[in-house]
Write a protein that binds this ligand. Structure first.
Ligand SMILES: Cc1ncc(C[n+]2csc(CCOP(=O)(O)OP(=O)(O)O)c2C)c(N)n1
Ligand SMILES: [Mg+2]
Length: 358
């Protein structure tokens, strides 16, 4: 007998749960301004999440998927990407969208049922939110193929959950990206739950990162609650892809602290103890502790930042609530370049009904 293949999966972390550096930090993280910016973006995302849930609970938003506890993954990813790269998000990545310049009011518009919120004027080539699980991973592979074909130095980034990696779409995407050496980064946000299905019931695979092995591409794990390691490793993967080195799969280990969406009640299927122990790994507290220990942050600054974030979110909410709703038939308008006759008829029918109703 001989061993014909073997592999190892590496896990990396710079800041541990207490906010202490466990390794020499990468160059960018030696700049306090950079870390303060990451901290700010994470606090803003958390402030936004809280308010979006309050809007939903008071009937002013359709539904919403919180990113509570996962802020480091999304902020780190946003800061690793270049403006010309393309993001193919699922439904929890608003933190990344904000870093890419998408206004908070757009995200509210979308979850309020208005497709204009997905126009992403500031990140025009990014894909819209994908609620269908993992279908957008294929779209990212397709975009990456286009970049390669046109010889553009751009990378497509697909973000999907632990549950998403069980889908055929996911395997097909990493397979084709491997075969065609595509400039694509697969970001697997392992938040331990796919609605009520825990990670252990999702796959017997010891890590999700090792799914990359079967596609012939590198896979690795990072601490998804450490913004420094996320930014660092995603940037390494993006640079490699941009230079023709092919795709990478990065599994970010984090935890979904809120309900799956506002349509869920997680207390029905997971224990309070599990939640409490995960809170101790909080990404925001950890960076705060590090910055304070470095003399680069203080409680006064922290209070000031909270006020600023609240103010920014207030302004976004005002803008959202003051946006004139569109007529119902506009739901057909973003489906096709030119609408097939069947839909045209439905559009007209709805328009007529709405007029009568008004
Ligand atoms: C194709 C498809 N099947 C089922 C669903 C219903 N659904 C919505 S979210 C979800 C779980 C996804 O879990 P995961 O990929 O881990 O992402 P997370 O929500 O944890 O970020 C499922 C099954 C869906 N949206 N699309
Ligand atoms: Mg999940």
């Amino acid at each position: 007998m001989e061993t014909v293949a073997s592999f190892e999966i590496h896990y990396r972390q710079y800041l541990n749960a207490e906010g202490r550096a466990v390794d020499e930090l990468p160059e960018f993280a030696k700049d306090a301004d950079v870390l303060q910016r990451f901290y700010r973006d994470m606090v803003l995302t958390r402030t936004f999440d809280k308010r979006a849930i309050a809007l939903q609970r008071t009937g002013r938003l359709g539904t919403y998927a919180s990113s509570l506890g996962q802020e480091a993954t999304y902020t780190g990813l946003g800061h690793a990407m270049q403006p010309r790269d393309v993001l193919a998000p699922s439904y929890r990545e608003h933190g990344t969208c904000f870093v890419r310049g998408v206004p908070m009011s757009d995200i509210l518009l979308y979850w309020g049922g208005d497709e204009r919120g997905m126009a992403f004027e500031k990140a025009k080539d990014d894909f819209p939110v994908s609620v269908p699980i993992a279908t957008h991973v294929l779209h990212a592979a397709g975009a990456a193929y286009a970049f390669k074909y046109r010889k553009e130095p751009r990378v497509a980034v697909a973000v999907c959950g632990d549950g998403g990696t069980s889908k055929g779409d996911f395997y097909e995407s990493i397979n084709v990206a491997g075969v065609w050496v595509l400039p694509c980064v697969f970001m697997v946000v392992n938040n331990q739950w796919a609605i009520s299905v825990p990670r252990a019931k999702q796959s017997r695979s010891e890590t999700l990162a090792q799914k990359a092995v079967a596609a012939g591409i590198p896979g690795e794990q990072v601490d998804g609650n450490d913004v420094i390691v996320v930014k660092d490793r995603v940037e390494v993967a993006l640079t490699k892809a941009r230079q023709g080195g092919g795709p990478t799969l990065i599994e970010a280990l984090t935890y979904r602290r809120h309900d799956h969406t506002t349509a869920d009640d997680a207390s029905r299927y997971r224990s309070r103890q599990e939640l409490e122990s995960e809170k101790k790994k909080d990404p925001i507290e950890r960076l705060k502790h590090y910055l304070i220990a470095e003399g680069a942050w203080g409680e006064d600054q922290d209070r000031q930042l909270s006020r600023e974030c609240e103010g920014e979110v207030d302004a976004a909410v005002d803008q959202y609530l003051n946006t004139e709703p569109r007529a119902p038939e506009t739901m057909f308008d973003n489906l096709y370049e030119s609408l097939p006759t069947l839909y045209q008829n439905q559009r007209e029918e709805l328009q007529a009904k709405w007029k009568r109703h008004e």
